[in-house]
Design a protein around this ligand. Sequence first.
Ligand SMILES: Cc1cc2nc3c(=O)[nH]c(=O)nc-3n(C[C@H](O)[C@H](O)[C@H](O)COP(=O)(O)OP(=O)(O)OC[C@H]3O[C@@H](n4cnc5c(N)ncnc54)[C@H](O)[C@@H]3O)c2cc1C
Length: 507
Amino acid sequence: MSANRRDFIKFVVAGAVSAGCPVDLALLAQNAHSSSPILDSEENRICHQVRDGKVFSRPPASAKHDVVIVGGGVSGLSAAYRLQSRDVLLLEKEPHWGGNAYVMEYDGSTYATGAAFLEGESEAFRFAKEIGLDPLPVKDADGTIGNGQFVADTWGEGINKLPYPPIARDSFKRFRKDMIAIDLDQRRNELFNVPFSTFMNNYAPEVKQWWDTFGPSNWGATTEDTAAAIGIGSLQGMVTESRNDVRYTWPGGLGAITKKLAEILQPKLGDRMQTGATTIAVVPGKDDVQVTYMQGGELKTVTAKAVIMATPKFITRRIVEGIPAKQSAAMEQIRYAPYCVVNLIFDKPVFNKGYDTWCPGNTFTDFIVADWVIRKKSGYKQKHNILSCYTPLKEAQRVDLLTDDGARKIAADVLRDFQKLTPETNVDPVEVHIYRRGHPMYMSTPGLYTQVQPLVRQPMDRVFFANTDCEGPVSGTSEAIKAGRRAVKQVEARLAGTPAKETVAQD
Ligand SMILES: Cc1cc2nc3c(=O)[nH]c(=O)nc-3n(C[C@H](O)[C@H](O)[C@H](O)COP(=O)(O)OP(=O)(O)OC[C@H]3O[C@@H](n4cnc5c(N)ncnc54)[C@H](O)[C@@H]3O)c2cc1C
């Protein structure tokens, strides 16, 4: 991309969007057919004030509920779905539902801003069916682009054609053979507690580079910060996938699940489903829990017999009073990767060779064709070829997301790298959208799954913990739904008079 064009991107966006604000449609229309990155973000203003120690006054309670659920991602929404017969209040800080499984639309074409796919027979797969969705098969093992060449089925047939020198290709094959030979069940405890990087020493650097691309996209961490069991398990899964891909999705990914949940729940819960409502304090008492939240500049307090915290733990530990010190310290130990998704929107076909393509050594790790699972349906015409470029960052780069310029530079770098990788396409997108999030994906570090997460999810008397980050071993929609299901079970037991702790052993 020429320097001039990058300047143009900066200029257009600076006038059009400020962080966290909705897109200015008038300016968008003016700039149609330019490569202007459109910014979308989480709303963290109030959470940052809580983090920085601001003391909010807590008004007296104005309403009573059976259960308050804090957090309207897939974990909180699925918990609300299971508690429909109760008087439930669901609070979400963003102006929309979905959290990290959130789908957006461009001129009728949907695209993902987060979660992409699920696996057949997983918790998320079964749950999607339960709520009336039909998951569509991906049926395409992941490819890799390197040195100007696309190779399909990286860890299957493609391994013989990888875009690397023969010595590196042999190293990939040896790595695959060695990792397949590892008995994960037998060495489970050891392998969840050592870094994956310790398995990289005897192979070509390209092997490590590939995994340092794959890991951050899937579980937020490079090989040094990844529990070995997760990397090895993934490779074993991909080898099987090359023969029988078990992945499913919808156009725009797993936001389809949260969208559907919101559609089901809204008519039933009505004004007991609140967006733009940031919870700032959860204070357990003997007979109930007080929940204070900020909405439209106003503070409100409600009481509940039980509360489900479906928020990530770096937020949860700051707003729930009385979390035991050891549990709070465990919550603090979880590390989260900053992560952007940059959507390149083309008005003509640019890339339709594979569903998920890995791009080691670039600003982004991989990109997904948004409408992959419907593009061959009879009667479907691809109006826009939207490519969702997954762009996880290092923790030290989180600061780059704090400014619009920082986010715009990331979007411009993604576009530059995409065009460098696919010079044959030689076409500009009509729009570039970037969705930035500061802490969306917990890092599957050594020891997290076996030592930290079991402690983190311990219930308090009337406060229960959901969200994917108490489940593991990786941040996933299935894990989020599972965490919600467990919390609902604990709530039901508590409301029936059983002490919360007894329900844990059954899970
Ligand atoms: C880029 C990316 C790609 C991914 N790809 C996949 C994939 O392919 N497959 C897969 O299974 N998973 C994937 N994941 C993981 C998956 O998206 C998450 O595990 C899942 O969406 C987490 O859901 P959750 O409800 O547990 O948490 P979240 O989605 O984090 O939801 C928590 C909600 O709580 C809200 N909240 C926070 N603080 C407050 C407060 N104080 N008051 C009120 N509300 C609050 C947040 O706004 C948010 O909506 C991906 C994640 C990312 C970021």
